[in-house]
Design a protein. Sequence first.
Length: 413
Amino acid sequence: MALLLPPDLDIRDAEQIAAQVIARVSGPRDLARIDSQILELRAERLLVETGGLPAPVCPELTNANPSSPHTVLLEAQGWLLAFLARRINKLPERDQIEFHRLFGIELHEATAATTTLTFTVTPVLDTDIVIPAGTQVTTSDSAYIFETDEELIVPYPETEASVAATRAIAGRVLLGTGTLIALEDPIAFVTGVTNASPIDSGSEAETVEQALARARNYQRRAERLVSAKDVEDFVFEEVMLGTGIVKVFPFVRAVQEEGLTDEEIAAAFAERLAGHSTIVVMTSSGDPVSAELKAAISEGVGQLIGSQWVYLLDPQFVEFSVDADIKVESIAPQAAIVAAVESSLRAFYATKKGNFGRRILRSEIIAVIEGTPGVDRIVSDDDGPIVNSPAVDVVLAPYQLPKLVDVALTVVP
């Protein structure tokens, strides 16, 4: 009795099976892909018909599947050739530097930090007190030395006066208010000196890598400012020398007229008008930049293409405080935990480009507090909010920044 074999019900050929597998793995085969393959096959058919294809080097190798040993070897050799070609075509750093010098691009040298010093004196009858140019003022540990730029005369009966000063050594300086307090050499009738505002100025010497990145940005935009990124790159790299914060709002008109409420100013600012752009600039610590930098920015934006109205703004902050009751883990030192929570909150709301327009959300504040190691949970009243302050969420305008003022944390048992 003969064995009856089951009939072959799959009438698909190898190409149909492959097409269905490809469609299942990488998505459906659309008509455009099929048409392009038909055109390629027709072109190949024409070459075969006219004898345009070269004779095979090894005609016995008829299997061109990716899994074939010779195909794997050929693909590996092709990858190595492409890698070598990339290395050969890569422009040496020395040649890049010389090429950029053709555009007048050189390394930015380090600049010295500047500040304003306020001297306090004891008045002497009918006598002006003179503080010579070059008077040196230092921090309490003498780590930073600033010298007055010019002679300062305090007329009788004034008790204080201010003068510009420059650090003796070039480089970036970040100092808080009231840190320059010591005279290197005592001066008669001068009882004190200090810096009334934080110091955030000066710059480090530019590295070759930074200069090449700046040069590539210059080549991209040349001396034509078209997009918001063009303006930000130009102001940050060419005017502010890579220090500070720059944010450009295209098609937004800044409004600073007197007599308007905050809501009216925000609404007018958010109005998108073609041909209007607003630039917000500040130091990395969030302070307004100097008048000289603003003048340089105003002059540079003349490279904008088209009719543009450009507004230059100082940073605008929305202040808030955090007040909450927390429970810490039993073995955790309370003072250290409280300090860590405050540090985490201030880092989260630090002045940075990514925080423009950031909402002040209680949910984020809660997450930061309870996410700090050592904090068990926030303790809240049954009828009150989870955190005492802020009581509600605060929505910021796109050009505003949140500013955390005070943090009051009470550890409860």
